[in-house]
Design a protein around this ligand. Structure first.
Ligand code: FAD
Length: 619
């Protein structure tokens, strides 16, 4: 087993291509452009500015959160801004899918000549809908940095019409997707640090009933008794709710945690239950001890077969596996929206070729254009004054004030009370109820997929690790991206994870805040060491050389990830008009409120619908 950072390749020389990219990007970050990069005005971005290729820490990257934290955590006021004299019809806060959609809808409603400015604190647009792009070998490799798929079966007509207007045909994107999140050749990997020895069990999925592969469980690092109990759990149909009244069944389904269900009703020991703890990390950001039985089963965890016929129908999986997907996820939607708003960024952009279309970021913020996107700009104040809105933002250390007729806040709701301190206290409280789930998506480009192919797996669930799931992303053959893997080609591995909440037995909002603090305190090298350790333990025995075969690592740290959706164990059934989301999203003067937080629903369709509503509310 590898023990030192050096053996893990932590000090590996950066490959030549990374080095060139890193040098260009560092000069951008330091605002020390070489003469060929000098932009015409201070907001314009240099010609070589193209952040999707940047490796290292992304998501909540350095430079994106400091101003907001100074405002929200330290109460620092950004008084005495420089009044730039800029005036817009609309200023949007947040360049995620919701903010970009709001700009698009505003232009439709108020006229093509509308002057619009979109501000975002990150150095790239898209919010969660960003991509990671790797050019470390001859062919470009794309992976998802955050928002991945279009859950189109739950789209309403207005969302479908909107996508159609952008030229997006979800049916084409859905057909022959050929992508299964590593579930087509699954495995479970028990790591040495947690389980005493490294042990890979191919062919086992924690999510399915595994009736055909029971012998795999025999290998698990569990006592003989636990192995028998786990086999019984997956195979026996005995109804654990036999003889329960309807009321008692409801209580088990909606008011019992999934882990209690496993322990108390299915008689699994704490050691066995622990194997399930990280099973919802990557795609939910809430662990099964805080999810009800119904929620966990609807998210593919096993157990419906132990509930009897009628109850198992009620909790059937409501999460459709029918998804449509661009090769870079909904980053393509963000890219298409940007190109529609600012055609100069890529005049020929269209959904058929958007995946590899070259976008010219130096066109995002040109002074002579009606619509602009200004990156690295954190809004610190939004105030109605005299039928106008005054917006203060901080960019590269300078505090600026600009004005508009209208504003849409498409940012996280929890920051809004700090931007608009004059809001009613009930509304501020409702906005702060929206505590987003901290999440982690790390993409690692490796030399080839030989080690995985040799073992015969496409991914693995890792119940003891920070990233609970890793899988190959050989890409989806759509939108102009046709990756070829016939030869010995590079492949991105996607690691999904979250931080363990410091305490499990505290209210969910405290769990989420605690996990966020842990995530936030980690440095890039902590994530790098983690993925290298996992790759060495998991794939080393199949010939993977961790110090040679890792070509690039991009960590997407989403401290404010999924919108918090109300949960069975933690939220009451709110009466119409009384849910925090409804109170939180009320417009104030010429300012309306979007973002998928406004629906308490972490989906792109919600981000789009909430943008529609926010623009409708503007008079
Ligand atoms: C890891 C991950 C995976 C996901 N996968 C899916 C998926 O597969 N399918 C799906 O439908 N949804 C998915 N989602 C949910 C995703 O949140 C939504 O689909 C959608 O992308 C959210 O868009 P939004 O515009 O509402 O918010 P965001 O994308 O969060 O955009 C808001 C923007 O506002 C910025 N902002 C905040 N405060 C300020 C300020 N003061 N000044 C300036 N800017 C500010 C933020 O930094 C951000 O860039 C995923 C989310 C995450 C984190």
């Amino acid at each position: 087993m590898i023990e030192t950072d050096e053996q893990l390749g932590m000090n590996r020389q950066i490959a030549r291509r990374d080095f060139i990219q890193a040098t260009v990007l560092t000069s951008i970050a330091l605002m020390l452009p070489s003469s060929c990069l000098v932009p015409n005005n201070e907001n314009e971005l240099p010609k070589n500015y193209y952040l999707p290729i940047k490796t290292g820490m992304r998501g909540s990257h350095d430079g994106s959160f400091e101003t907001a934290h100074a405002l929200a955590r330290e109460g620092i006021q950004f008084d005495n801004p420089i009044d730039s004299g800029e005036y817009y019809d609309l200023i949007v806060v947040g360049a995620g899918i919701s903010g970009l959609t709001a700009a698009y809808e505003y232009r439709k409603k108020f006229g093509l000549e509308s002057k619009i400015l979109i501000l975002d604190n990150h150095d790239d647009f898209g919010g969660h809908a960003k991509r990671n792009e790797f050019n470390q070998s001859s062919s470009t490799r794309l992976s998802w940095a955050g928002t991945m798929n279009l859950e189109y079966t739950s789209f309403n007509k207005s969302v479908l019409d909107f996508l159609a207007e952008l030229g997006i045909d979800v049916n084409t994107l859905h057909k022959k997707l050929g992508f299964a999140y590593g579930n087509d050749k699954p495995a479970i990997w028990f790591d040495e640090k947690t389980y005493g020895k490294n042990l890979l069990v191919p062919g086992f999925s924690i999510y399915s009933r595994n009736e055909d592969v029971l012998d795999r469980i025999d290998k698990f690092p569990l006592s003989e008794q636990d192995i028998i109990a786990l086999k019984e759990f997956y195979t026996k149909d005995t109804n654990v709710l036999e003889g329960f009244s309807e009321e008692e069944i409801e209580k088990v389904l909606y008011k019992t945690s999934y882990t209690d269900f496993l322990e108390k009703y299915c008689k699994l020991s704490k050691d066995v239950v622990e194997i399930f703890i990280k099973s919802t990390d990557g795609y939910w950001g809430v662990q099964p001890h805080s999810l009800s039985v119904a929620e966990a089963i609807s998210a593919w965890l096993p157990g419906a077969h132990r509930l009897g016929e009628s109850a198992s129908k009620v909790v059937g999986n409501d999460e459709s596996e029918e998804v449509a997907m661009f090769p870079d996820g909904n980053a393509s939607i963000a890219r298409l929206l940007v190109c529609s708003l600012i055609p100069d960024v890529c005049p020929d952009a269209n959904p058929k070729t958007i995946a590899l279309a070259e976008l010219d970021y130096s066109r995002l913020d040109l002074s002579n254009k009606p619509i602009k996107i200004r990156l690295s700009s954190t809004v610190v104040k939004v105030k109605n004054e005299d039928h106008k809105v005054a917006v203060t933002y901080v960019r590269h250390g300078k505090t600026m004030r600009i004005r508009s007729k209208h504003s849409v806040l498409a940012c996280y709701h929890s920051i809004i009370p700090h931007l608009c301190p004059e809001l009613p206290s009930e509304q501020k409280k409702a906005q702060q109820y929206q505590v987003k789930h901290p999440m982690l998506v790390t993409n690692v480009l490796v030399k080839n997929s030989k080690a995985l192919d040799t073992i015969g797996i496409s991914g693995a669930y890792c119940p003891g690790r920070m990233h609970s799931k890793v899988f190959m992303t050989k890409g989806v053959n759509k939108a102009g991206y046709h990756p070829n893997y016939e030869k010995d080609e590079t492949v991105p591995l996607m690691f999904w994870g979250m931080m363990e909440p410091p305490k499990r037995d505290v209210p969910i909002h405290d769990q989420l805040r605690g996990a966020r603090n842990t995530l936030f305190q980690k440095k890039f090298e902590d994530f790098e060491r983690e993925v290298r350790t996992v790759l060495d333990g998991l794939l080393g025995p199949a010939g993977f050389n961790v110090s040679e075969d890792v070509l690039a690592i991009t960590v997407n740290r989403w401290s404010h990830g999924y919108s918090y959706g109300y949960l069975d164990l933690w939220d009451e059934k709110y009466k119409v008009g009384k849910a925090p989301l409804e109170i939180a999203r009320q417009p104030i003067g010429n300012v309306s409120i979007a973002n998928c937080d406004a629906a308490a629903s972490a989906y792109s369709q919600s981000a789009i619908e909430e943008a529609f509503r926010a623009v409708r509310e503007l008079k």
